[in-house]
Design a protein around this ligand. Structure first.
Ligand code: TRP
Ligand code: SF4
Length: 328
């Protein structure tokens, strides 16, 4: 593990992950384990920026971690931890808040977006400061790479600016991290819109094959194919977006051709998709299920990972306190 560049990323604990979360982030996290010293965490404090009723967070943390382990995150190779079990993040966030202009935080696009989306009339200090807490999450581990989607790039930019500001004020403690942009395939939900838990159109990693089958069979297709004899266009069909992810080229071409020529029906097309998507997903589901049955084991993994993360955090905070020089 040592000598490898460090990677850090986090997810809010919102419960079971779906195919969009897997293909957009988690699958990449799993791959990065082979080449990097990876730290992955559950951003539980971040949940509090949206709501104070967090009674579902403990169970959601376990469900999410079951998906992490099911997908192949390996606690022997990666440090899997819980943000709030490493309270040093809060101290670093506080110190960063002293060198960060409010205007920098007001400029972060996700701030305005969240206020508009949730109709917040009186945004909290914590919501404004949330990207700065993220900066503390990242810089605490002196991560070189932060695998995130494009929406999070402004947060990484902010993190670089904060590192520079802190270093200029107190001395060179922090390296500047870079975003590792994840190539996110288009993952449509069963209604053709982007897959999202809130739309109720998602396929969970926890779904057994018969449930996935029951979700795919009625899935929205090219609306031009009303009857079996109507030709369709795979380029605008959400089912075909899934083919692009799961179906090897030969079968995919076969489907595209038969779609355009009305050579077969949408259910035939979906059966071919299922033939290719069910086996890899079943492997993940079976493994996640074996962990989900042992929530105490999952908890142990996260507590042990948090202990490891905390040792790194304490080392960083010693350097930080030495640099800030408050103590006699
Ligand atoms: N803000 C991220 C999100 O909403 C989660 C997150 C918190 C994170 N801290 C992080 C991601 C640090 C990468 C690095 O998805
Ligand atoms: Fe979509 Fe396949 Fe139906 Fe064509 S045949 S519209 S690609 S589901």
């Amino acid at each position: 593990m040592s000598g490898r560049e460090r990677v850090l990323s986090g997810m809010r604990p919102s419960g079971r992950l779906h195919l969009g979360n897997y293909l957009g982030a988690l699958a990449n996290w799993v791959k990065l384990q082979d080449d990097y010293d990876c730290f992955y965490f559950s951003a539980d404090w971040h949940v509090l920026t949206d709501r104070t009723d967090v009674s579902d967070v403990p169970a959601n943390t376990i469900e999410m971690a079951a998906d992490w382990l099911g997908a192949g995150l390996d606690p022997e190779r990666s440090t899997l931890f819980i943000q709030s079990l490493v309270p040093e993040h809060a101290e670093l966030h506080l110190l960063f808040s002293m060198v960060t202009p409010v205007a920098w935080l007001e400029r972060v696009p996700t701030y305005k977006e969240r206020i508009e989306q949730l109709g917040i009339t009186s945004p909290s200090y914590g919501l404004l400061g949330y990207p700065l807490l993220q900066s503390a999450d990242i810089l605490m581990y002196k991560a070189k790479w932060v695998p995130v989607g494009i929406d999070q790039v402004p947060h990484i930019e902010l993190t670089r600016e904060v590192a520079r500001r802190f270093n200029a004020a107190f001395g060179p403690v922090f390296p500047e991290p870079d975003a590792k942009l994840t190539e996110i395939p288009k993952v449509p939900g069963t209604d053709g819109r982007k897959m999202s838990k809130s739309y109720g159109n998602d396929i969970e990693l926890a779904d057994p094959p018969e449930v996935i089958r029951a979700k795919i069979r009625p899935m929205v297709t090219d609306p031009a194919r009303k009857r079996r004899s109507d030709p369709g266009n795979p380029d605008i069909c959400p089912v075909f977006d899934l083919h692009k992810i799961f179906t090897p080229p030969a079968d995919r071409e076969f489907c595209a051709t038969n779609c355009r020529t009305a050579g077969f029906g949408c259910l035939d097309c979906k059966d071919i998709l299922l033939k290719h998507m069910l086996p890899p997903l079943e492997k993940i589901r079976a493994r996640r299920q074996s962990f989900a049955e042992k929530p105490d084991t999952i908890k142990q993994v996260l507590v042990e990972g948090s202990r490891r993360a905390r040792a790194v955090a304490q080392k960083t905070m010693t350097e930080v306190r030495d640099a800030v020089k408050l103590l006699p």
